[in-house]
Write a protein that binds this ligand. Structure first.
Ligand code: NDP
Length: 342
């Protein structure tokens, strides 16, 4: 089978790519520059089997009208598309241009181009987010796939809501496209919560603080001593999932017939910054001096916190979730390895 994967040098996408290669797929990857594409190819050189085809196309800005037209005309034998590309940062100078447009128009754009030029595509899997499910401050007791964020477009203009709104509106526009256009392909979304895990091997040779993806940043901060004098509050997220479980879910949601038309809420468990600090202290005695001392590390997960129901991802996709310790240890190993290389 042949897959088109967008945003291929991102944190989640690099693991999706590994997983696709493990499952024997040929992959066309979109990246934002030639240089990033070359780094991506280098990073998978030893993983790729000799008969597997991996190539890249440069799509600098997914918000542009028709951004995906050329690639979908050029590769006319695709079976599946996985759309992961979307801005994920903590702040945006221009919420519409830098975040909402690429998230929403990027999503509708890829669906329009597939519909117009890629009739062989059977299913599209989109990386949505738990942000499209959770509804702060009116939290449910237990969240599952039936829940939608009620964040508004007006709220999206406020920096603290921009990203989560971009994910809600992007996912919603995808389901709307399916119901109004009735294309040949069907759709599944992966609604992963805050995601930890090993850094992409294709990470640019810049400082880790600049290059690391948003959700792994707090682990880097702990390892680098940035929280030694005071641990940052964990809020507003308290649930995590490992990126390798998220990647496997994308590949299974792509191929399992019963996954079509479904969202998958992916949560591995609860976490907090103090819990992560404790795991690092236990597994890396040499890093103890970088960490806040234990007395200052009171767990801050609120007792009445919302619950999660991840049954569908286990039953339909067969996911067996990694626990927090495994996820954190493998992330720290990867951070230390990268630090050694820089
Ligand atoms: P990354 O920042 O590592 O990946 C984002 C990817 O999207 C990068 O490849 C980036 O390219 C690309 N991208 C962003 N904006 C544009 C644009 N305008 N045009 C073209 N490409 C663009 O973060 P993640 O891997 O974490 O995010 C991947 C997906 O997973 C996103 O959809 C995110 O919302 C979702 N997600 C992530 C979670 C997490 O905790 N990490 C949780 C839930 C969902 P480049 O790096 O070259 O700029």
């Amino acid at each position: 089978g042949r897959v088109f994967l967008t945003g291929g040098t991102g944190f989640v996408a690099s693991h999706v790519l590994d997983c696709l290669l493990d499952h024997g797929f040929d992959v066309v990857v979109s990246v934002r520059s030639q240089e990033k594409g070359n780094r991506m190819l280098e990073s998978i050189a030893s993983k790729k089997k000799p008969d597997q085809q991996v190539s890249f196309v440069v799509v600098p800005n997914i918000a542009e009208e028709g951004a995906f037209d050329e690639v979908l005309k050029q590769y006319n034998n695709l079976d599946y598309v996985i759309h992961t590309a979307s801005p994920y940062q903590l702040s945006f100078a221009d919420p519409v241009k830098e975040c909402l447009d690429p998230a929403i128009k990027g999503t509708t754009g890829v669906l329009k181009s597939i519909h117009a030029y890629a009739p062989t595509v059977k299913r599209v899997v989109i990386t949505s987010s738990s942000a499209a499910i959770l509804n702060p401050p009116n939290h449910r007791k237990v969240y599952d796939e039936s829940s939608w964020s009620e964040v508004t477009w007006e709220q999206a203009m406020e920096p603290e809501h921009t990203y989560r709104a971009s994910k809600k509106f992007a996912e919603k526009s995808a389901w709307d496209f399916l119901s109004t256009v009735s294309p040949k392909f069907d759709l599944a979304t992966i609604n992963n919560t805050y995601t930890f895990g090993p850094l992409p091997r294709s990470l640019p040779p810049t400082s880790l603080a600049e290059g690391i993806n948003t959700s792994n940043k707090r682990i880097l901060d702990l390892v680098s001593g940035n929280m030694r004098s005071g641990i940052q509050p964990t809020a507003p997220v308290f649930t995590f999932v490992d990126v390798r479980d998220v990647a496997l879910a994308h590949v299974r949601a792509m191929t399992r017939p019963e996954a079509g038309g479904k969202r998958f809420y992916m949560v591995g468990g609860f976490f907090s910054n103090p819990k992560i600090a404790g795991i690092i202290a236990k597994n890396y005695p040499e890093l103890k001096e970088k960490l806040p001392n234990e007395g200052k590390c009171k767990d801050d997960v609120p007792e009445d916190h919302w619950g999660f129901d991840n049954k569908r991802s286990k039953e339909v996709l067969g996911i067996r979730y990694r626990d927090l310790e495994e996820s954190v240890v493998d992330t720290v190993d990867s951070i230390l390895e990268m630090m050694g290389r820089l």
